[in-house]
Design a protein around this ligand. Structure first.
Ligand SMILES: *[C@@H]1O[C@H](CO)[C@@H](O)[C@H](O)[C@H]1NC(C)=O
Length: 428
């Protein structure tokens, strides 16, 4: 998992660092232990390294980077930004904006802070989370980041972040040479996702749609018209997401199970990946050494939950699940029924399913998808820690539609500006 990998990577770098220093005959006083325990006990500016030392870290401690955000309706775009930020340092500290600050600045969040904290903490590239971060970075908070949290760089995407008074929110950090930029993830925004949800509600219930239709237009036309219907062919999708093989590789752990690993399998749609998903995955992972997650195809999800599901397509859902630190591997397009062959192919020891799910009538239905694992005595129902489903998330949006409408009008204008002024930015 990300955190552990990061730490062992740090440990290896330290070992290399020490070895090189010793070879060079330089005596360096370093505290014992690696990773987080070191922080704070070390002086800011470490010993000067020998000239030409091929190591990007100049100080005798890990480079700590900071990124903040609301992380409301968190999706793989947020996860990708966190991945890019983490790559600019050794430890990533994430500031999550409080509910009160979000309400003041953009209207009520869909996801309360406790759930947003669960989501951000679960991202495998995140090392620490600060709750209640300010919406716009203040001079005082920046000082706190540098002095108390030992942050080296503040990270932000390449979209401009302007304060109400028209100044650049990161001007101070830039001036101090403590700012780094990442490329914005193309293809998805919360605005798009809300648009898809509203379309889903509208089309499911035409009689109720009157008050949703203008809102639905708002959200789904967040960007210029020509981006609509990004490839699904159904006319209900507004995604710009162009899946590449490299993105999947970037999100993957790249490791299979060890030879004697106990492999746990869980399957589902994992649509609009939320805190309930994170928590069931955490518990499932604790039952073994390797968690394999089967993600149902769009067709399978539609067949069982209706034509307007899933909201997020198979690739998007796969990336969200892959970004979760409790997950070791995913099957992109898993079968509905778990056959003996699947169990053998992946050497699955245990198949689990949560008590909170959108469809829990499977045991009564004909063709129970878990029939084989049940008959083998390797099926277990897990108590879901949180009572949240994809429908919960959709309901939250729809019931707050007026507030989101206002919020979106502002957002749509800035999004339009971004897409109009957009140019190619390097990086991944
Ligand atoms: C299959 O899983 C079991 C644990 O359930 C493990 O003991 C065994 O070594 C695994 N087999 C292989 C070939 O990895």
């Amino acid at each position: 998992m990300g955190l552990e990998d990061g730490n062992s990577e740090n440990a290896r770098s330290w070992a290399r660092f020490l070895a090189t220093c010793l070879v060079g005959g330089v005596v360096v006083a370093v505290g014992v232990g690696f990773g987080v325990s070191l922080l704070g006990s070390q002086e800011r500016h470490g010993p000067q390294l020998p000239l030409g030392f091929p190591w990007r870290r100049k100080k005798n401690r890990p480079v700590r980077v900071y990124m903040d955000g609301c992380f409301d309706m968190m999706h793989y775009g947020h996860c990708n930004a966190l991945r890019q930020a983490r790559a600019l340092g050794d430890q990533l500290v994430v500031g999550v904006v409080s509910d009160a600050e979000i309400i003041v600045n953009k209207g009520p969040p869909v996801t309360p802070l406790d759930e947003r904290m669960i989501m951000v903490n679960a991202v495998k590239w995140v090392d620490e989370v600060i709750p209640d971060a300010p919406y716009a970075i203040t001079e005082e908070f920046m000082k706190k980041l540098f002095d108390e949290y030992n942050i080296d760089y503040i990270i932000h995407g390449d979209d401009p972040c302007v304060l109400p008074d028209g100044t650049d929110a990161y001007a101070l950090a830039k001036k101090a040479g403590r700012y780094k930029q990442i490329k914005r993830t193309e293809g998805v925004s919360s605005t798009d996702i809300v648009g898809r949800m509203l379309l889903c509600v509208r089309e499911r219930s035409v009689s109720e749609n009157q008050h949703h239709s203008s809102l639905q237009r708002q959200f789904s036309h967040g960007h210029s018209q020509k981006f609509e219907d990004g490839g699904s062919g159904s006319g209900t999708r507004v995604s710009h997401f162009l899946p590449t093989s490299r993105r999947i590789v970037q999100f993957s752990n790249g490791k299979g199970p060890q030879s004697d690993a106990r492999i746990v399998y869980i399957d589902g749609a994992f649509d609009l990946f939320h805190a309930g998903h994170v928590e069931i995955l955490r518990i499932a992972r604790e039952l073994g050494d390797f968690l394999l997650v089967g993600i149902h195809t769009d067709q399978t999800v539609s067949a069982h939950r209706g034509a307007h599901r899933p909201i997020m397509n198979l690739h998007e859902r796969s990336l969200s699940v892959l970004a979760c630190r409790h997950v070791d591997e995913v099957i992109i397009g898993a079968p509905w029924e778990i056959s003996k062959d699947v169990i053998t192919t992946f050497n699955i020891s245990l198949v689990v399913h949560g008590t909170v799910a959108e469809n829990n009538n499977f045991q009564k239905e004909q063709g129970n998808p878990y029939e084989v694992p049940i008959s083998m005595g390797i099926f277990k129902v897990l108590d879901s820690p949180l009572d949240i489903t994809t429908s919960t998330i959709i309901r939250r949006i729809v019931s707050n539609h007026e507030a989101y409408q206002i919020r979106n009008e502002k957002k749509a204008a800035s999004e339009k500006k971004y897409y109009e002024g957009k140019s190619y930015v390097t990086g991944d």
